[in-house]
Design a protein around this ligand. Sequence first.
Ligand code: NAD
Ligand code: LMR
Length: 329
Amino acid sequence: MTRTPVNVTVTGAAGQIGYALLFRIASGHLLGADVPVKLRLLEIPQGLKAAEGTAMELDDCAFPLLKGIDITDDPNVGFAGANVALLVGARPRTKGMERGDLLSANGGIFKPQGKAINDNAADDIKVLVVGNPANTNALIAQAAAPDVPAERFTAMTRLDHNRAISQLAAKTGAAVSDIKRLTIWGNHSATQYPDIFHAEIAGKNAAETVNDEAWLADTFIPTVAKRGAAIIEARGASSAASAANAAIDHVHTWVNGTAEGDWTSMGIPSDGSYGVPEGLISSFPVTTKDGRYEIVQGLDINEFSRARIDASVKELAEERDAVRGLGLI
Ligand code: NAD
Ligand code: LMR
């Protein structure tokens, strides 16, 4: 049976994450090895030529699953019929820019893109926001798309999730594949909280296995939370291949489901669970099945975790208030 291609729109397609992402989407890693895709590359006018170069390279791979590539700088065209949208392009913070300036500059990108998704995307659209500040950019886009169910707008904390698994594996000597049920809570920022109290290493509780609260508080959490800055320091550019890999993981898990007994972390609109104010786009532990996700309920949150979740959620509430003040939501 010939399957209808899935329309995947990538913004910021000519950027460094875009370059690491597009070839994996086209080769079947995003949705599955039997799912044909059509790519839409959305760029700003200055990025169109480089996007055309990337499209030439995509052609040159002769990917059997790639059924077409369109390139545009018009969001209404870029999101027309989109089933999956990866919002990667964003305005980076430059020298002398205040946080408010950054939020305002990104509002100028994510508000019109949210509206274009609202007006043009397919009914089953799923949106992942990668461009920073990812959680609040997702909130801006979602607020501009009142006809799309709010839960379709998600923000990426899967890179943080993967980073935390890798750090925990290095500390304990476990294989990454033995680590399950890790959670990133809150914002994709330095306030995020990687939680190992419910995580398991080869079936045993991770916090009990580590049994070292000083390592947890002084090494593990800051290493994971500040890893993005450490990569920028080392590479002279922000993480790209690992960010693209996490975007692939996020959408693949959302569409294809979490493994039995495991969960993942996604930035999603809060339903009020775990005391996170409703509507904030915050990272939670989620299971996924048949293209839908659910927050894992009933986890016991100890004092150590509560303080850290609250601190990150407070930052998210402040970002929401700032963009509200700017008239962006
Ligand atoms: P980059 O500067 O290499 O590329 C960004 C691209 O976006 C550029 O080609 C630019 O022309 C394009 N762009 C800008 N505005 C656009 C718009 N309105 N529409 C379409 N395209 C637009 O940046 P990058 O390294 O690819 O990173 C992209 C974003 O991802 C940054 O905001 C970065 O901070 C963020 N990021 C997030 C995570 C995460 O875990 N959530 C991790 C790494 C990077
Ligand atoms: C990351 O976590 O690697 C990025 O969000 C860092 C950044 O500021 O781009």
